[in-house]
Write a protein that binds this ligand. Structure first.
Ligand code: BF8
Length: 664
């Protein structure tokens, strides 16, 4: 019997998405939401119990005590599958970082003329981390040397990843004592696949130890490089005004969606869309202009640096096409559903793949080449313009919310003390005093198996009420942006009294948008700096903080979770556990990892329990540090008058009153 489909309001918490899902239903279009309803997950694969790594199987293990044809136990099979997922996620992030290193090298050598070093201070800082001497050499010489050392990090034969030194001393010692310090970025991924090949590592604990090493090669390796090199090439983010949700699409302009993860091409598309000749071409075709908007992490990249609005998160990629207002969806790598191409065929939308690594059958492929980046970007934009006259009826939802993203760790430090006194001390002190009870990093995807955006919105709302500062990246950040949590005045509306005081004093939102998923490395940097600053212990595991991805779906989210745990954090993943098939593995990644590295990983499918465990963990860490018990009644007697004045001002004036001048 066919499964019952959810209604649009059961499927999504986002009103713009509900509107589009109603439309899809009326017009008979399939989406990930309806496909998820129609297809139950495989009950064996879902729990990690299917072994298909050789041709004696696939072996379906259904209960403890079952073994595969080779004798592999349930815990071995579940651990192997899990480790492979982590390695795939680490590979995706790290390969993204590698490409940026190549772009920086090409730019520095004059082979990518449309790129250059946009943030010299960051270049010098990164040179320091990578051991490159800064001796007054020309910028491009320094950039080339930094790029070469960065590229070496992927495959050097000896030593360990250089960025490990950015972690607190104590943390580094834990890794080295356990032998899980990553040696180079690629090696740990390759070794995961070697170990989990048939007939190799068949001890769940041993497999999972290496999985932590692979995760660390992502967090403190590939992702951290991706973040740093993007900042060097495109600028380190600072607050900027923008908007989020499908309502950012424009009825009278050519709408181009950039979707995927890499900022390299999308940055050029931003430039191409502002080119007078290209704009004139759009006008010739009857459009009032060219409107760029983003989906997924390409969106976060161009949002943070250029203020390009967010059309939506992962589950809105099909919904954007359903508006009938998108001339082109330009995709690069990761999180692109194959379904966008077949769906686009019902509209005038052209899906354009651009990465040499990712073609989608039926899409137009225009391969990106950094040596002639702007020229290719203009070609792409012109193709979109050509589609504009073919546009039929549009259905653009009205929802769009203001947001202020751009909270790089550099900017947070600056916001907390200005140019000369920038440090994390005020944040540590606010936590120590109890104004801020603790910190939650809410990150990760959407998943059509849970009500879209609902867990992101609900957990964050509760944390804010409890004076917990929230930092975000990825699709979680987009979910909360749509809800209006990412503006300074959201503190007034949603935050508890202590957190509100801090936000009012600094003029910051209670939820800080820190970027794309590779930018979770920025969160590692913040945590390290908080640990080094003093007052909250001397390791990441001492800080009253929790990481979570309540609506996760991708292997990258598992890699992030694993490196965060191996760095000392308690991490909660929502809805379903890919290791549910083995109690042994479930225990190994929670209690087992906690005894080794201080962090633990849990999969919890219940909102109340996620919130309860998070708050309990934060309070336990406060107690272990000897901090005062959290008491909201102490706070909230300052600043309200000022916020009352601000809340009715137009956005721009509100921002200026809070931040001074903000980029537009
Ligand atoms: O890297 S949060 S759905 S878009 S995987 Fe993908 Fe998940 Fe969104 Fe960004 Ni991250």
């Amino acid at each position: 019997m066919a499964k019952k489909r959810r209604t649009p309001v059961e499927a999504s918490r986002d009103p713009a998405s509900v509107f589009m899902l109603e439309l899809a239903e009326e017009s008979g279009f399939e989406t990930a939401f309806s496909r998820a309803d129609d297809m139950s997950p495989c009950p064996i694969g879902e729990k990690g119990m299917c072994c298909r790594i050789c041709s004696m199987g696939p072996c379906r293990l259904v209960k403890e005590g079952d073994v595969g044809v080779c004798g592999a136990t349930l815990s071995t099979v579940v651990a192997r599958n899990f480790a492979r997922m982590i390695a795939a996620g680490a590979a995706a992030h790290s390969d993204h970082g590698r490409d940026l290193a190549h772009t920086l090298l090409a730019a520095a050598q004059g082979n990518a003329p449309d790129y250059g070093v946009r943030d010299e201070a960051k270049l010098r800082e990164v040179a320091g981390y990578l051991g490159v001497e800064v001796n007054g050499q020309p910028v491009n010489e320094l950039a080339a040397e930094v790029a070469r050392v960065a590229l070496d990090e992927f495959g050097k034969p000896f030593g360990e990843i250089l960025y490990l030194k950015r972690a607190p001393e104590k943390r580094q010692q834990i890794w080295r004592e356990l032998g899980i310090e990553p040696r180079n970025i690629d090696r740990e991924v390759v070794e995961t696949f070697h170990r989990t090949h048939m007939g190799n590592d068949q001890d769940a604990e041993h497999i999972l130890d290496h999985a932590m090493r692979a995760g660390l090669s992502d967090g403190w390796g590939g992702s951290m490089l991706a973040t740093d090199l993007s900042d060097i090439l495109f600028g380190t983010p600072s607050p900027v005004m923008s908007e989020a949700n499908l309502g950012v699409l424009k009825g009278n302009e050519v709408n181009i969606i950039v979707h995927g993860h890499e900022p390299t091409l999308s940055e050029m598309i931003v430039a191409a869309a502002q080119d007078p000749e290209v704009l004139a071409y759009a006008e010739e075709k009857g459009a009032d202009g060219i409107n760029l908007a983003g989906i997924c992490c390409t969106a976060n990249e161009t949002l943070m640096r250029q203020g390009v609005p967010l059309a939506g998160n992962f589950l809105q990629q099909e919904l954007a096409i359903l508006t009938g207002a998108v001339e082109a969806m330009v995709v690069d790598v990761q999180c692109i559903m194959q379904a966008v191409v077949s769906l686009s065929q019902g509209f005038h939308t052209e899906v354009i793949t651009t990465s040499r690594k990712a073609k989608v059958e039926g899409a137009t492929h225009i391969e990106f080449d950094e040596h002639r980046a702007l020229e290719i970007a203009k070609e792409v934009v012109k193709r979109a313009i050509d589609r504009f006259p073919e546009r039929a009826k549009t259905n653009i939802p009205s929802e769009r919310s203001d947001l202020i993203p751009g909270f790089s760790h550099e900017y947070i430090e600056y916001a907390l003390g200005g140019t000369y006194r920038g440090s994390f001390r005020p944040l540590n002190e606010a936590i120590a005093a109890g104004r801020i009870r603790g910190v939650v990093a809410n990150i990760g995807c959407n998943n059509p198996r849970v009500c879209h955006d609902s867990l992101h919105k609900d957990v964050v709302k509760t944390f804010l009420e409890n004076d917990i500062l929230v930092v975000e990246t990825g699709c979680g950040a987009i979910a909360c942006a749509k809800e209006g949590y990412l503006t300074p005045e959201a503190a007034f509306e949603y935050a508890g009294p202590g957190l509100r005081e801090v936000c009012e004093a600094i003029g910051m939102p209670p939820v800080l948008h820190m970027g794309s998923c590779v930018d979770n490395s920025r969160i590692l940097t913040v945590l390290s700096q908080m640990a080094s600053e003093g007052g909250l212990g001397d390791d990441i595991s001492d800080i009253p903080a929790v990481g979570m991805a309540p609506e996760w779906m991708s292997e990258k989210a598992l890699s992030i979770a694993t490196y965060a745990v191996a760095s000392g954090a308690y991490v909660i993943m929502g809805h379903h556990s890919p290791v549910a098939g083995s109690e042994v593995v479930t225990e190994l990644i929670s209690d087992g990892w906690e005894s080794k590295v201080g962090g633990r990983l849990e999969f919890i499918d219940n909102l109340e329990e996620i919130v309860e465990r998070t708050i309990a963990h934060i309070d336990n860490k406060r107690e272990a540090l000897g901090l005062s018990e959290y008491d909201a009644s102490q706070w909230g007697r300052s600043g309200d008058a000022k916020m009352n004045q601000l809340v009715d001002l137009p956005l721009e004036e509100r921002i200026e009153a809070s931040y001074g001048t903000v980029a537009k």
